[in-house]
Design a protein around this ligand. Structure first.
Ligand SMILES: *Cc1c(COP(=O)(O)O)cnc(C)c1O
Ligand SMILES: [Zn+2]
Length: 414
């Protein structure tokens, strides 16, 4: 059943057998999963996919597991919302929100990558799984490992939003709050991963984990009737998601499931942590690490592992990269809520604000179609908007009090 040939170094092209490894022994390049597309092309059709259950596993030939999926059986196949109200505000005709924030068990797109990583961890026989996380990944690993009966250890920066900390603790993992930023957490975890035989979903399982992100592209294409949008705006932390969205569209193209992958994939970051955008704008291939300072904590990776590949992807897809300020992020969160009734976390504010910026600059044409990825839920990052939205009116429990308050309100007083 498996169409996975093995792993391959993205730099020197050396092949490796399927194993929980992530770097090339010869050149330290990162490893990527290789599929037998010829074999997949013989059996995978639009009809086969349509006949399967509405989860990311409907594309299982293009996911790196050998047997049946065992974790995250209901993740993916999230709504592609026709966002007509938002479109009007942006001055565009055809805008969709790919809403990964509301229909996932832990309310973020990380439920995709974790479904794949933990199904693979079980195939490899790990009894403990772990991750270095900016918050959402920890939530998802903790929840899915609980369900899968795996021991779980999640590492986070100590200054995360309370919603993200509780969103992990509730599933009873060991939460390790590290006094440092994500990049320091990640460095520590790489050391731990080389010493303990744990399945770190975004370290030694990273080649498998990353493949889960392709399913956003598969779904968007299928939901649009097997075509690509003209533009898609994707948030970037490590840059992995953005590169895999492009890989997903390219695979559909290769398999003849869409006519041509002619979608511009745009990268969105917060100004307070925009190493990929800065490299892109200055025409550099090399990413200069930064120290993150932004309310978009889920995207606060100063030294992005896939930054170089994100630049490569931008060139290949013809996309652009843009960054927005924390104020623009908050405005965009409010705009999305006010127009579409979707409460996004800060990362969603980043993509909506960047979409607006690209539309204003004429980089997204009025008659072109646009998909905006909303990857996380606003209830987890309430700190970002607290004090910047309306307030309840307080009244005593009687009609007169209500009407007095109402009068005051319409008179523009309270
Ligand atoms: C992890 C995450 C991303 C993207 O992460 P990459 O490391 O670039 O793949 C985007 N949005 C949210 C909300 C996330 O938690
Ligand atoms: Zn190599």
């Amino acid at each position: 059943m498996s169409h996975v040939k093995g792993l391959k170094c993205r730099e020197c092209g050396r092949s490796y057998a399927k194993a929980p490894i992530y770097v090339c022994e010869f050149c330290f390049g990162s490893l990527e999963v290789v599929y037998d597309y010829e074999a997949i092309g013989k059996t995978l059709t639009r009809e086969t996919i349509a006949s399967r259950s509405p989860s990311l596993w409907r594309y299982r030939e293009l996911l790196p597991i050998d047997g049946e999926p065992t974790v995250g059986l209901y993740s993916g196949f999230t709504p592609l919302v026709a966002a007509d109200n938002l479109a009007r505000e942006l001055g565009l005709k055809e805008v969709y929100v790919k809403d990964d924030a509301n229909c996932h068990p832990t309310l973020s797109f990380k439920d995709r990558v974790v479904a794949v990583a933990l199904s693979k961890a079980k195939e490899f026989g790990f009894d403990t799984v772990a991750c270095a996380s900016t918050g959402n990944l920890a939530n998802s690993v903790a929840a899915h490992a609980a369900q899968a009966g795996l021991k779980r250890v999640v590492f986070i920066p100590a200054d995360l939003e309370i919603g993200k900390v509780i969103g992990s603790l509730i599933y009873d993992p060991q939460v390790v709050a590290v006094e440092g930023n994500y990049d320091q957490v990640n460095r520590l975890c790489s050391e731990i991963a080389s010493k303990y035989t744990w399945g770190f979903v975004n370290i030694n399982l990273r080649p498998y984990y990353a493949e889960g992100s392709k399913t956003i592209a598969f779904e968007v294409a299928e939901q649009l009737g097997w075509r690509t949008p003209d533009h898609i705006v994707v948030p970037a932390a490590s840059g992995s998601l953005s590169t895999k969205v492009w890989k997903g569209f390219s695979e559909l193209d290769k398999l003849g499931l869409i006519s041509r992958a002619r979608v511009k994939v745009h990268v969105a970051q917060a100004e307070g942590c925009s190493p990929i955008v800065q490299a892109w704008k200055s025409g550099r291939d090399v990413i200069k690490p930064v120290v993150p300072k932004t309310i978009a904590k889920s995207l606060a990776i100063g030294n992005p592992a896939d930054g170089y590949y994100a630049i490569d992807m931008l060139r290949a897809s013809g996309g652009d990269a843009e960054a927005v300020t924390d104020d623009e992020i908050v405005d965009a969160i409010k705009l999305l809520a006010r127009t579409e009734g979707i409460f996004a976390e800060t990362a969603g504010g980043v993509t909506v604000a960047v979409a607006r910026k690209l539309a204003l600059a004429g980089k997204i044409g009025r008659n072109e179609s646009l998909v905006i990825c909303v990857t996380g839920n606003g209830l987890k990052t309430q700190e970002a908007v607290a004090g910047k939205i309306g307030e309840p009116i307080h009244i005593r429990p009687n009609l007169a009090a209500f009407e007095a308050a109402l009068e005051k309100k319409t008179a523009g007083v309270g």
